[in-house]
Design a protein around this ligand. Structure first.
Ligand code: ADP
Ligand code: MG
Length: 430
């Protein structure tokens, strides 16, 4: 096993016109469980195929520790890769499929048998070992493919490309914990590709978030949740994602409209910013004794174990007027929840729900979601004040985090909140 280091690695499928993977420098540390998380088309498969050697990058070099592997073909890299859909010999038995990668590498017969039975036991395939693979349903076939990827010892890494897509949802949870166990037992480096945040967060020690061919943030699940470094991470991780509103920094104070919401921490010049606050860290009060943004409740989603309160804020001194026709009074308006998590930047000032301007006339404002305990007493039409938990609201410029919002009356000279060290460097940046 080795650290796998990508040095300025990038890939273009069209002769350099566009980058499916923008040149990046990044190290997969030996023995760690990574999730590679991002929407469809962001370059996840391209990245895996470059690591395994199925694809030669347009630019950059690949190292396994201090051995350069850029020109080494797949077979010489000792990497196990599991694809999204079953890849197996349909006419062979399940046993022979699992044994294949081992026999191919001349493992002794007894060792082949031992390893096949071990993997088959862990993946629940014992009752199927003698069956021909063709006769299994696609979900079970995929589990056999997974087994083929896990059966070898001492591989440099196990790459899993959305491996549970065709597996029955009920089995996914079980398999995910099995994979975690296998990771613990083998100590292999795992890179698990998914577009599903739950899968990523439950599986990985470290989640690497990719957008448009570049890594926008990597960190432990809690770090990504508590401290998104990019608006996209705020949207993509969390349910619902982070609220983002236009705001202004002036004299070190952050305001949403006319309401001062906190002190800007970070060395940031005055001017417009976007403020991001997760639904979990926004608090809705009925009185404005504390600094907050006046708003009006437009809907309440009762989720069972918690409630989501949708609030329209306009940044004026009072809440937006209630609507006469009851249009704002619907529950179930998950404008923010359900909408695109594909894109953090392109909807600035766009749609209602995500900091977009909601409606006209009395409804001008921005909609945000507050997560409360179940049984909130707020009802559609109620006025309220939204407060942002200190040090949990972040400021963004060009979608990248540039500061934190501290309590307005916080002690002067408080230490600055630091962004987690950015371990990604992208070539092309000075
Ligand atoms: N063989 C290919 N030829 C041309 N374009 C490709 C090819 N494979 C992927 N792409 C493009 O590269 C981008 C990244 O694709 P991919 O790595 O498959 O993303 P993901 O796995 O995250 O869905 C996409 O825009 C996709 O259309
Ligand atoms: Mg893919």
């Amino acid at each position: 096993m080795a650290d796998i280091r990508l040095e300025g690695v990038g890939h273009s499928y069209d002769g350099g016109r566009t980058w499916a993977l923008k040149p990046m420098t990044w190290t997969w540390r030996s023995g760690r469980a990574y999730a590679l998380l991002g929407p469809s088309g962001c370059g996840k498969t391209t990245l895996l195929n470059i690591i395994s050697g199925l694809l030669t990058p347009t630019t950059g070099r690949i190292w396994f520790d201090d051995r350069e592997m850029t020109a080494v073909p797949t077979a010489g890299r000792d990497i196990a890769q599991v694809f999204q859909f079953p890849v197996l010999y349909e006419e062979m038995s399940v046993y022979d499929n699992l044994a294949f990668p081992l026999r191919n590498r001349k493992y002794p017969k007894a060792e082949v048998d031992r390893r096949v039975r071990q993997v088959s036991g862990m993946l629940g395939l014992d009752d199927h070992l003698r069956r021909r693979s063709r006769r299994l349903d696609p979900g079970r076939q995929q589990i056999v493919s997974l087994g083929r990827g896990l059966v070898r010892s001492g591989v440099a890494a196990v790459l899993l490309d959305e491996p549970l897509t065709v597996v029955d949802p009920a089995m996914k949870w079980t398999l995910r914990s099995t994979l975690k166990e296998i990771h613990r037992d083998t100590g292999h480096t795992f890179v698990y590709v998914t577009h599903d945040q739950t899968e990523a967060l439950t599986f990985a020690d470290e989640v690497v978030v990719v957008k448009d061919g570049e890594i926008v943030q990597a960190g432990e699940p809690t770090e990504l949740f508590l401290s998104p470094a990019h608006e996209f991470v705020g949207h993509f991780i969390g349910s619902p994602g982070m609220n983002v509103l236009p705001a202004e920094v002036s004299d070190g104070v952050v305001s949403v409209g006319r309401a001062a919401v906190g002190r800007a921490v970070g060395d940031l010049p005055p001017g417009p910013v976007r403020i991001g606050i997760r639904p979990e860290f926004a608090v809705l009060d009925s009185a404005g004794s504390t600094p907050g943004v006046a708003g009006r409740v437009t809907g309440v989603d009762r989720m069972g174990s918690y409630d989501l309160v949708h609030v329209l804020v306009n940044g004026h001194d009072g809440p937006p007027p209630a609507e006469r026709d009851g249009q704002t009074g619907q529950t179930g308006q998950t404008g923010q929840t359900g909408q695109t998590r594909q894109d953090g930047q392109d909807r600035q000032g766009g749609r209602a729900g995500q900091g977009g301007r909601a409606g006209q006339g009395g409804r001008v404002g921005h909609s945000l979601v507050v997560k409360t305990d179940a049984g909130t007493r707020f009802e559609p039409g109620d006025a309220g004040f939204v407060r942002f938990a200190a040090d949990r609201a972040y400021l963004f410029r060009d979608a990248v985090r540039c500061g934190t919002v501290a309590a307005l009356n916080g002690a002067p000279g408080e230490p600055e909140a630091h962004a987690p060290e950015d371990r990604v460097s992208r070539s092309g940046e000075a």
